[in-house]
Design a protein around this ligand. Structure first.
Ligand code: SF4
Length: 126
């Protein structure tokens, strides 16, 4: 790689970094001591959340996505996570274990199975 190629590569990295910083600034505001703090999502318009790269999702989907991020993108590592005291641990498979389980008909069980298969595929489960 010659000096011109290195300069162009560095310029591309700087452009991407500038774009990332500009996008990230949408989610920040100044705190009491003029330090940068995260904005309160309860007061943010949906367009700002989307500009930050967020998509509408359920809380369980968000927990699952957090766990996958925590495990560097590996759904199998999330399954094997040993941090049993982590608040997300019971939810890491995209399932709420605290919800009461209902008796279901065979038809309802089959329909739920299909919905879960679609959701797991979307969330990257093994
Ligand atoms: S449960 Fe495990 S994978 Fe999920 S956030 Fe906690 S430590 Fe990470």
């Amino acid at each position: 790689m010659d000096a011109d190629e290195k300069a162009r590569a560095l310029a591309r990295v700087n452009e991407r970094t500038d774009a990332w910083l500009a996008r990230r600034a949408i989610g920040l505001e100044l705190g009491d001591f003029k330090e940068k703090i995260g904005r309160d999502p309860r007061t943010m318009p949906r367009t700002d959340l989307e500009a930050l790269g967020h998509k509408p999702m359920t809380v369980l989907e968000a927990l699952r996505a957090r766990c996958i991020d925590c495990c560097a993108g590996s759904a199998q590592e999330v399954r094997k996570c040993t941090a049993v005291d982590c608040p997300s641990w019971p939810f890491r498979m995209g399932w709420n274990p605290w919800r009461e389980r209902k008796e279901m008909s065979d038809e309802a069980r089959a329909a739920l199975g299909e919905r879960l298969a679609v959701a797991r595929k979307r969330m990257g489960s093994p």
